[in-house]
Write a protein that binds this ligand. Structure first.
Ligand SMILES: [Zn+2]
Length: 852
């Protein structure tokens, strides 16, 4: 089956397919019709002509903008062939699974980096021409000749020639590195390989570490938000600016670049060098001569701007063959590997490193992913305090500030001496966080921050734009942009909403008052995928897709939470949630307690569905067995399975609970959910979807030790039986929500559920008898409802074959295990108050409509 490139639905008439490829993540076949292809080309040619007469420098930057657009454009995905941006998503014929953008940007970055190190260094015009030549080097072969002609016009590009001038050779090499690699069986073939040249390319990996520690050392929302916005600014704007990526704050852009030039003598002007920048980390190509200086500069920016956040950046240089064949291919290739596998003293090492002694596994490991793994290893070493070989400079560490006996302690971090001691008592680092958090506010009063910035030597989080607003983006402003562009909910807003002032603002929107929920989510199965990622182009595509999906999954789910008026001394219109961070593959959110189940379920589903693959669906029957919720109305009969899924952990607690404690608990719950996901993905089950775990914290003293000890104490019986069925799969979570809603809708008395729960402690047999006796005494309606929800919908495949009571045999982890039993009643009661009564929900929805 072939899926349509833009809507992902199967293409019915396959003979219409003009070009077909296998998606690098989904493993499914995708295709584009001749008609779509032609429309995209025509539109792109038109678009290029619309730039008018331009010099090469302008043409490169316009083309880069088309291939490397901003987030608000990426959110919308492939809208259709008529959109000029569709060009970047066309399949690249020179590299299977890559898009035109993936390939072109990689080729250009490589040409730039090699060209930059020519001695003497070429002028910027030559480097720009080199970039554009490499960027378009395969376009004539790839069926993009019309765009190529429109772009170059009368100007001659630098042609790729293996034996030409130095520049022609560089275009040739860049084109070859970015394209499909040739198969090498014998190491001797490397001797005549066209990439076996004495040319080096740098790769830099760097960013903040212990990010959560930095956010959450402060207890208050404005500082947490400011910390997050500041780290994002560095990661998404400051570091990219070093490579020439334009940002909204032009003054800061110039300052960063001039500072780097002053310290090192270098100015880089190729934003396509950045392979990814998200989640606090950056991976980028760099000229070999600049790698260590760039790495130093990244660490310097973090320390300089945050004063206290830790960061680690490392760089290394690789030759061109390594970019395609992994580390040192000419020194150690298949023959050497096979020999090493035969020797008993090395066989084990081979097995550990390559996963097996199989030649195919060796080849799979020898790819771009091996270079990035080695950089990640180096990053870890440096983080632990080891020096990096070939690098003279020491790590730029935040200075530790001792607090003296007579100094006032900062009220936010409670660690460092305060520099402001008034209504707020803050240290310098926390003042920066606070100022950053406030600067993103819509309703900021003129001069409101001056007092703070004066106490920290006029440090500013950003410069001001034409309308006096700070040129700074936080998650709320990004979210606002998203809903304005892609959702009609913002039409109902009474004015521009702000983020909440504190956790109480969020708690006020909870149906069960005063409760908030802290959500911690993280993608599954990505680590292994990244290790074997074949090419830089693939890496670029992967990280862009995950980053964009993570954001849209969260934004789409949050769009259901409308802004509310908080009426007190300081009336404000705010969103009832806080996005603490959305990183490369993880997510931290705070939402109202009674909304969390719906939000979590929506985020998980939004994320998983984006990575659904037909190819990964093997055995539907087995899959069904893995799901404990088996309503007769089983609707989401699975047709696909996600390649990557999301696990979520969340804790519901009162608004005054310390945020760092909530983060810690949510983190443990996430771990528990991920463990279940890892168990279910194993061959016997093969379920690839997401999982969820949660906890309702009635008081802080409930948990004195860690989560698993707590669970053992409260939910384990003296047998193998368990009093909880958490963690759930995403499907089970939707069933769980349905079950509670059904009880609420059917007006099943909550007190009866409590009564049932009590008898569970008497053991399985006694409590089952108790349960059946109890059910027989209920009136007919309640009795049937209980039987439906508890006995039929959970663990039983059909109405005929129901469970005798509130206990179900657990899915066995291995055949030798003695069967244990589990029950849902505790889980239901814990969550009961946090799932909205369907009737009430309808009322709310209707009242929203009547406001229109
Ligand atoms: Zn502080």
């Amino acid at each position: 089956m072939t899926r349509d490139w833009k809507i992902s639905e199967p293409i019915k008439e396959v003979d219409q397919v003009h070009c077909q490829w296998t998606d690098i993540i989904l493993d499914d076949k995708f295709g584009i019709t001749k008609e779509d292809w032609n429309t995209v080309i025509e539109k792109t040619v038109e678009h290029v002509h619309s730039w008018g007469e331009q010099n090469i420098a302008r043409r490169v930057s316009c083309m880069i903008r088309l291939l490397l657009p901003q987030l608000d454009v990426l959110w919308q995905g492939k809208v259709g062939p008529n959109d000029e941006l569709s060009f970047r998503w066309l399949p690249c014929k020179s590299l299977q699974g890559a898009t035109v953008a993936d390939h072109a940007l990689t080729a250009s970055a490589i040409a730039y980096c090699i060209g930059y190190d020519i001695n003497p260094r070429p002028d910027i015009e030559t480097l720009d021409k080199l970039r554009l030549s490499a960027l378009t080097a395969t376009w004539k072969d790839d069926g993009l000749e019309d765009v190529y002609d429109a772009l170059w016009g009368e100007d001659p590009p630098i042609e790729p020639k293996p034996d030409g001038t130095e520049l022609e050779q560089i275009v040739f090499m860049a084109k070859a590195v970015a394209s499909e690699r040739t198969k090498i069986n014998d190491a001797s073939e490397f001797n005549t390989h066209s990439l076996n040249e004495n040319k080096q390319i740098g790769l830099v990996l760097g960013g903040a570490t212990k990010i959560k520690g930095y956010f959450l050392e402060s207890a208050k929302l404005p500082e947490i938000r400011g910390a997050s916005a500041l780290l994002d600014r560095i990661n998404l704007e400051d570091v990219p600016a070093l490579f020439g990526r334009e940002i909204q704050d032009k003054q800061r852009y110039e300052r960063i670049r001039k500072g780097f030039c002053k310290r090192t003598g270098h100015t880089l002007s190729a934003p396509e060098c950045i392979i990814y920048a998200a989640g606090g980390n950056t991976l980028a190509f760099a000229p070999a001569s600049v790698v260590h200086q760039i790495a130093d500069e990244i660490e310097r920016i973090y320390t300089h701007e945050t004063l206290v956040a830790n960061s680690v950046a490392v760089g290394d240089t690789f030759d061109l063959l390594e970019l395609q064949y992994g580390l040192n291919p000419t020194q150690f290739w298949i023959g050497d590997f096979q020999k090493a596998c035969e020797k008993p003293e090395t066989a084990k090492i081979m097995h550990t490193y390559y996963g097996s002694t199989d030649k195919e596994d060796f080849l799979e490991r020898k790819c771009f992913g091996e270079l990035t793994s080695s950089l990640a290893g180096a990053q870890l070493k440096r983080r632990e305090g080891n020096t990096t070989p070939d690098r003279k400079t020491h790590r730029d560490l935040p200075t530790h500030v001792e607090i003296g006996p007579y100094q006032v302690r900062c009220e936010s971090c409670e660690r460092r001496p305060a520099v402001i001691n008034e209504a707020k008592v803050l240290c310098e680092a926390c003042t920066r966080k606070y100022v950053t958090g406030r600067a993103t506010k819509k309703q900021l009063k003129r001069g409101e921050l001056d007092h703070y910035t004066n106490s920290i030597n006029k440090w500013l989080p950003a410069n001001k734009g034409e309308n006096g607003e700070y040129l700074l983006t936080d998650w709320i402003s990004l979210y606002n942009e998203y809903v304005e562009l892609f959702s009609d909910v913002s039409q109902n807003y009474e004015q521009d909403p702000d983020g909440p002032n504190d956790l109480n603002d969020i708690a006020k929107s909870s149906d069960r008052e005063n409760y908030i929920a802290f959500i911690y989510a993280d993608g599954n199965n990505m680590g292994a995928y990244l290790e074997n990622i074949e090419t830089p182009a693939q890496y670029r595509q992967f990280s862009e897709r995950v980053f964009v999906t993570m954001q849209t999954a969260a934004f789409k789910a949050l769009a259901k939470l409308e802004p509310v008026w908080i009426k007190d001394d300081n009336d404000r219109y705010v969103f009832p949630f806080e996005i603490i961070s959305i990183g490369g593959d993880d997510l931290l959110l705070i939402v109202p307690g009674s909304k969390v189940f719906e939000v979590v379920h929506a985020i998980g589903e939004n994320f998983d569905s984006e990575f659904n693959s037909y190819n990964r669906l093997t055995n539907t029957d087995k899959l069904r067995l893995s799901q404990r919720y088996k309503s007769s109305k089983w609707v989401d009969a699975q047709e696909m399975q996600p390649v990557f899924s999301m696990s979520l952990g969340f804790v519901i607690a009162e608004a005054h609970t310390p945020v760092a404690f909530l983060e810690h608990l949510a983190g443990s719950l996430l771990k528990s959910a991920k463990t279940r996901a890892k168990m279910l993905i194993k061959d016997e089950v093969g379920y690839r979807g997401g999982t969820v775990d949660f906890l309702v914290l009635k008081s802080i003293s409930m948990i004195t030790s860690n989560l698993s000890d707590f669970r053992k104490k409260f939910y384990k019986t003296d047998t193998k039986n368990s009093l909880t069925m958490r963690p759930f799969t995403s499907h089970e979570l939707s069933g769980f929500i349905e079950t509670i809603k059904a009880f609420k809708e059917g007006k099943f008395p909550q007190s009866q559920l409590y009564q049932l729960r009590e008898s569970l402690k008497l053991g399985r047999q006694t409590s089952t008898l108790d349960y059946l006796y109890f059910r027989s005494r209920l009136d007919k309606k309640d009795g049937e409802q209980l039987q439906d929800q508890i006995e039929h919908n959970w663990h039983s495949a059909s109405d005929k074959n129901s469970n005798p009571g509130p206990w179900y045999a657990m899915l066995q982890e291995s055949k030798t295990d003695k069967t244990g039993y589990e029950t849902l009643l505790f889980d239901l009661i814990e969550a009961y108050d946090f799932i909205l009564d369907p009737e009430k929900q309808n009322e709310e929805d209707n009242s929203d409509e009547s406001n229109d």
